[in-house]
Design a protein around this ligand. Structure first.
Ligand SMILES: NC(=O)c1ccc[n+]([C@@H]2O[C@H](COP(=O)([O-])OP(=O)(O)OC[C@H]3O[C@@H](n4cnc5c(N)ncnc54)[C@H](OP(=O)(O)O)[C@@H]3O)[C@@H](O)[C@H]2O)c1
Length: 340
């Protein structure tokens, strides 16, 4: 597709929210115009992620209302606001994320910094491509953390998630033993069927003793915790001496209470992880190599199961179905239909 041939309309459909926690609307609003260093992306697809639920629930990321949600997606760059990178991106199919306080991906067009776009590998379709920048990068970052921290094995909870499944495939490839934790028995079987060796159910009475034994045997000293709250306390108690617990989400919504003895006596530590902050600490060269590694794994270990696709207008249905079936694959907002 030649981007210069694309006529950009004055108006577009966009999902809008007027107040945190309130219902979303789909409205016709002005198409934004990119400024220097920015591009305009004609959006193709965008998933509903846990971070989107947090964002529309309020109190997660700062936004001025009304705003358009959606924290990642894919599309075609159809206009440049000027500058070398925006010009290089013209006409490219990209994965993209919004600017920190900007309008998001749940719209027909999104204006964003060219730095927040990554060209899609040719073998990746817009739907898989719309999910390239959050979970795949995070899964690869966790592998990098395991390697640089010389951790022999790792533990991950909420493990039937898209990210949890990527970690199962990646750790299999890299030869790093992984203990996956879920809260439903059906998911134990499901994850084992997809190749997971160690899967524990956190609702079992023997969960904590089982985790203590297994993490000791495997010398699992990297604990990845998306649930937090009471589960963090269990993980910390079960972790071997010197282990690092990485809090990377707060799915339980609970605060963490920690026995200081775990930290003082057993030299365990808790750190936070946010992909954007982690990437910020890396050099340009590291980032380029890292993104290339992610691209190579797209469609291999870094594949995301899709549950259903919805038009933008059905955003509320996509969200409510997603809330009920988070482990069953992503709900995708298919914004640009073929031949549109
Ligand atoms: N910090 C970062 O930079 C970063 C980056 C990427 C992802 N993340 C986080 O990683 C997590 C996984 O993301 P995803 O997109 O892969 O998720 P997903 O595929 O949408 O699945 C969400 C998972 O969370 C589980 N879950 C929800 N509430 C839970 C609770 N209270 N206790 C235990 N499990 C619960 C669900 O399990 P059930 O089937 O049992 O409901 C489901 O497996 C999310 O929390 C996301 O925010 C963080």
């Amino acid at each position: 597709m030649n981007a210069s041939n694309i006529k950009i309309p004055d108006k577009m459909l966009a999902v809008r929210q007027y107040k945190a926690g309130e219902k979303l609307t789909v409205e016709s609003i002005d198409v934004p115009r990119p400024g220097p260093g920015e591009v305009l992306v004609k959006m193709a697809a965008s998933p509903v992620n846990p971070s989107d639920l947090k964002l529309i629930g309020g109190g997660y990321l700062e936004r001025s209302y009304p705003f358009t949600p959606g924290l990642e997606g894919s599309g075609t760059v159809v206009a440049s606001g000027g500058g070398l990178l925006p010009r290089l991106r013209m006409g490219k199919q990209v994965a993209c994320t919004p600017d920190p306080k900007g309008d998001g991906t749940w719209a027909q067009y999104m204006k964003t910094s060219a730095m927040r776009t990554v060209p899609l590998p040719p073998h990746i379709d817009p739907v898989q491509g719309s999910m390239m920048l959050v979970n795949p990068m995070t899964a690869m970052a966790f592998i990098a953390m395991a390697k640089t921290g010389k951790h022999r094995a790792m533990v991950n909870n909420a493990a039937a998630s898209a990210l949890g499944r990527m970690l199962i495939r990646l750790t299999g490839q890299y030869g790093i033993p992984l203990i996956s934790i879920v809260r439903q028995e059906s998911q134990v079987t499901e994850l084992k069927n997809m190749g997971a060796t160690h899967v524990l159910n956190s609702t079992h009475d023997a969960f904590e003793t089982g985790l203590t034994r297994l993490s000791g045997q495997l010398d699992a000293t990297l604990f990845l915790d998306a649930v937090t709250g009471a589960q963090t306390e269990q993980l910390l108690r079960a972790a071997p001496r010197g282990a690092t617990l990485v809090a990377y989400a707060r799915l339980s919504g609970e605060p963490i209470r920690v026995d200081p003895g775990d930290l003082i006596r057993d030299e365990k530590r808790i750190i936070g992880f946010q992909l954007g902050n982690w990437m910020e600490t890396k050099s340009i060269l590291y980032k380029l190599r890292f993104i290339n590694r992610v691209k190579k794994q797209m469609g291999v270990a870094l594949t995301t199961r899709v549950n259903r696709q919805f038009p933008l207008e059905a955003v509320e249905s996509a969200i409510s179905l997603y809330r009920e079936h988070m482990s069953d694959g992503k709900m995708i907002l298919l914004i640009e239909k073929k031949n549109q």
